[in-house]
Design a protein around this ligand. Structure first.
Ligand code: PRX
Length: 630
């Protein structure tokens, strides 16, 4: 048994031997000839020539030993239903879905856009897509039509899979009308739309010829066996869009072999779970955490994955712990925001159920504050493991790794670099490695380990420029996060270096929100900043300059205009991007060269010292922001 330090050292010093061992955790139909081809940096090609299939590793290979074990347990407090699928039953469902996709012409390399609520069919659709060598792009159900259309035009899917509706706090959230609208906005619409009709939205309209009802198609393909399409390791398994500095989301492209190996390995080293045990991740399949740790990671590991549709406080705030008791969950994955939601409820719910099976609670996606971490750790009696990563990496960059070694935890720190990640904190300007407790930009010296993004879908140049172009002295991957490392080697994340904000653990670009606001006809100019919030971590606040000032000339009109702007964001981007406040001003703080001073605005909103203001063009703009937030 090695220590985490020895393991990390070996993963970099003797990478070929290390990753060859890790690769043995999954099944390959053809062995790889080279562990990593890094001949065209910064592109890394892991497990060259090796052939495998993600779905095979998640389901088929377990059939011999765990056909009758639960693979997927789905619980919905929204529709009050529970459904369980053994590995054998999941295999049957996925084969059927794969046969349906094939029957409508989906083949290797085709894209399938999945816009679904948290239902088992979403999991079948993802697994069926990779089974036949197609590439999925799951779009979070909270995104609106225009965002969806932008993703359609980038991924150019042959088929879209959706449902009539989702449900949130008992309220029906129709998805099909947004699907229709997105298709009418898109330049590259899909040929077909497969609809999983939950019969929640009785008014759903369909377009004959294009739209197909899964319930009508499935019986024709029941019992069919669709062989796995063996793909070379670097074959894309999926595209997942994420926000950055520009308004245009980036399609993070994931490979097959490297991702499967990284997840198989992390389930045991970081999440310390054995095959046959239950794993519960409270994320949504539309986010990277859901991809890796609701769907693929647990299934590759032979675990039982618990999938939950609903809020953590309905029917009461004990629902999560009830599921832990019921399914004997050993490891759970959630977000600090979700825990802060529970913190507002009766603490008695934390001990109402027997949660003694639970070994660790993993929290990620945003900074974890000490009071929240303490509260849940003591309340449930479970060790909290803060872990830090990104959509781009697909699995943790920094985390304690109790499957390798139990190390003491420090509150506020996601501990240490995970094996495979050559982490370096670089000085923002000089690029030099910073010393202990000094703030630097968290970078990864390439090659990025297996599982991380291979490129930006359709745009290699943007991949290189965006992620590897920050420093002149060295081509390193930039996370765009500030961090420090203390003398004991523990890392602390200090926030983003760019204009990305984190609302309730959801990553959003302020540019994206600004572009959505600009769709309102009376907006001339707008700046959006992320402002600290005790529940959601951050919330977006907008400062807008209007074209026609008469429409905001008194408080009543301004309030009406503010509501309209918020509704525009709901429509363009989705309610997750809705600003908490829209303030109307006549000028925005900018430098003389016209650059928006977002950091100054943000500081004023958070009652902090805005720092050096000598570059500001029009000081009255600053006064307006100050007055607005007071
Ligand atoms: O700023 C960091 C923050 O979330 C960003 C990545 O978000 P996303 O792509 O949605 O992936 C989430 C995967 C868990 C990071 O650049 N972040 C993530 N984890 C942490 C964090 N900030 C502080 N502490 C964390 N543990």
């Amino acid at each position: 048994m090695s220590t985490y330090k020895e393991n990390h050292y070996r993963s970099l010093d003797d990478a070929d031997a290390f990753w060859t061992e890790q690769a043995a955790r999954i099944d390959w139909v053809k062995p790889f000839s080279n562990v990593c081809d890094f001949s065209t940096p910064p592109f890394a090609h892991w497990f060259v020539d090796g052939e495998t299939n993600l779905c095979f590793n998640a389901i088929d290979r377990h059939l011999a030993t765990r056909a009758h074990q639960n693979a997927l347990v789905w619980v919905s407090s929204e529709v009050e239903q529970t459904r369980t699928y053994t590995y054998r039953q999941l295999w049957e469902e996925v084969n059927c879905f794969a046969a349906v996709l094939k029957s409508i012409g989906v083949g290797k390399g085709d894209r399938v856009l999945i816009y679904m609520p948290m239902i088992p069919e979403a999991v079948f659709a993802m697994l069926a897509t990779v089974r036949i060598g197609a590439i999925h792009s799951v779009v979070f159900g909270g995104f609106a039509a225009a965002s969806l259309a932008a993703r359609i035009d980038d991924a150019k899917p042959r088929v879209m899979i959706t449902a009539d509706a989702g449900s949130r706090a008992g309220k029906i959230i129709p998805l099909k009308p947004l699907t229709d609208e997105s298709i009418s906005l898109a330049e590259h619409p899909p040929k077909h739309v497969v609809i999983v009709n939950r019969h929640l939205d009785k008014s759903m309209q369909t377009l004959p010829g294009r739209d197909m009802d899964y319930a009508a198609l499935a019986p024709r393909h029941k019992g069919e066996v669709v062989p796995c399409e063996w793909v070379e390791s670097s074959h894309p398994s999926y595209i997942l869009y994420t926000s950055g500095t520009t308004g245009k989301p980036k399609g993070v492209q994931r490979d097959t072999g490297g991702y499967t190996v990284a997840l198989a390995s992390s389930m045991q080293t970081i999440f310390a779970t054995q095959p046959g045990e239950s794993f519960f991740c409270t994320s949504d399949i539309g986010w990277v955490v859901g991809h890796s740790y609701i769907v693929y990671g647990p299934l590759i590991n032979g675990s039982t994955t618990v999938m939950y549709e609903g809020l953590p406080i309905r029917p009461d705030p004990g629902i999560w712990w009830k599921l832990v008791e019921q399914y004997g969950v050993v490891a759970m994955f959630s977000s600090p925001t979700a825990v802060r939601v529970l913190k507002k409820q009766d603490v008695g719910y934390l001990t109402k159920y027997d949660t003694s099976t639970l070994r660790y609670l993993y929290l990620a996606g945003e900074p974890l504050d000490q009071p929240t971490s303490d509260w849940i750790e003591k309340g449930v009696g479970v060790k909290v493991i803060d872990n830090y990563w990104q959509t781009e990496t697909g699995w943790p960059i920094l985390s304690a790794q109790p499957g390798i070694e139990e190390t003491p935890r420090k509150l506020g720190s996601p501990s240490f670099p995970v094996y495979g990640y050559n982490v370096k904190l670089k000085h923002e300007e000089t690029g030099a490695a910073v010393s202990a407790n000094e703030k630097g930009v968290l970078c990864i010296v390439p090659p990025l380990p297996p599982g991380c993004m291979s490129t930006i879908w359709g745009d290699d140049a943007r991949f290189v420029k965006t992620y590897f172009g920050m420093f002149r002295d060295e081509q390193v991957y930039t996370t765009f996060d500030w961090a420090t490392r203390d003398a004991d080697g523990y890392y602390f994340i200090m926030g983003r270096t760019d204009d990305v904000i984190n609302v309730a653990g959801h990553r959003l670009g302020t540019r994206e929100i600004e572009e959505a606001i600009q769709a309102h006809k009376n907006i001339a100019e707008v700046a959006v900043v992320g402002v600290a919030d005790s529940l959601k971590g951050q919330v977006p606040i907008a400062f807008a300059v209007v074209k026609d000032h008469r429409q905001v000339e008194n408080a009543e009109l301004a309030a009406r205009q503010e509501k309209e702007v918020m509704a525009t964001v709901d429509h363009e981007l989705g309610a997750i991007g809705r600003p908490a406040r829209v303030h109307f001003v006549t000028a925005l703080p900018k430098t003389r060269s016209g650059k928006l001073l977002r950091r100054v605005i943000q500081a004023l909103c958070e009652s902090r010292d805005p720092g050096d203001l000598t570059t500001i063009e029009d000081p009255t703009a600053l006064e307006q922001v100050r007055n607005a937030v007071q």
